[in-house]
Design a protein around this ligand. Structure first.
Ligand code: AP5
Length: 223
């Protein structure tokens, strides 16, 4: 079968490894990695109007209103670099967002979505989020248990050496709220895409490379 567009959605609970896998998959496929969480955090850091509107929701672990996030995704997906495809990470997260994405895909004349659900149990999710550390320089995603990662230390990437930090929504109260919001608002998307025959479940437990190979195989099989 000829290679086609790779229009991938990564679904999964907070901390399931969407960001980690999205970076690897977008490098492998040569298509942009689009994370609504990263776009919103960038807007907060830049002090923009969008950031001011989003910050409170994000710090509490709640979802930012659909209309704001749908507008961001709609604008980003229409950009020229998305022509060969995209890896969406953190969007859609509600049925309204999924319906809006269907509409955008339709309007842009894109091929069908490939939806990968990364499945990870809740104890592991809490372990991952409470130990996550990020790099301000290379934007690498690490865990406090990874070799060379320490609080107050520098990025373990030998080409970087910038500062590591913890996300403000990786505090225990915000983690609890994010998991509750996930169960209530995002988990229904598993059925939404399952009923349309677009969903592939991939275990999110194991080494990142092993999971990346399973994700890539699932995408290639449908391309
Ligand atoms: P967002 O940034 O999308 O956060 P999230 O969905 O909560 O997901 P995370 O980034 O926390 O986790 P991840 O699955 O990417 O895992 P990661 O790879 O980092 O959203 C943040 C906020 O923005 C939301 O709460 C909301 O307010 C707002 N927002 C964003 N999009 C929105 C939308 N569409 N609608 C409304 N609001 C929106 O990995 C986690 C940790 O695990 C890391 O430490 C990593 O090193 C480790 N790890 C990864 N893979 C493995 C592995 N295989 N084994 C062991 N450890 C691993």
């Amino acid at each position: 079968m000829p290679d086609r567009e790779h229009n991938v959605v990564l679904l999964g609970a907070p901390g399931a490894g969407k960001g980690t896998q999205a970076k690897m998959l977008s490098d492998e496929l040569g298509v942009p990695h689009i994370s609504t969480g990263d776009i919103l955090r960038g807007a907060v850091a830049a002090g923009s109007e969008l950031g001011a509107q989003a910050k409170g929701y994000m710090d509490r672990g709640e979802l930012v209103p659909d209309e704001l996030v749908i507008a961001i995704a709609r604008e980003r997906l229409a950009q020229a670099d998305c022509a060969p495809g995209f890896v969406l990470d953190g969007f859609p997260r509600t049925v309204a967002q999924a319906e809006a994405l269907d509409q955008v895909v339709d309007e842009l004349g894109r091929e069908a979505l490939i939806v990968i659900n990364l499945a990870v149990d809740e104890d592991e999710i809490v372990r991952r989020l409470s130990g996550r550390r990020l790099c301000r320089g290379c934007e690498g995603i690490f865990h406090i248990d990874d070799e060379g990662v320490e609080d107050g230390g520098a990025c373990p990437n030998p080409d970087c050496d910038d500062e590591l930090y913890q996300r403000s929504d990786d505090r225990p109260e915000a983690i609890r709220e994010r998991l509750e919001v996930y169960r209530r608002q995002t988990q229904p998307l598993i059925d939404y895409y399952g009923e349309r025959g677009l969903l592939v479940n991939v275990s999110g437990v194991g080494g990142p490379e092993e999971i990346a190979a399973a994700v890539l195989a699932a995408v290639r099989e449908r391309s």
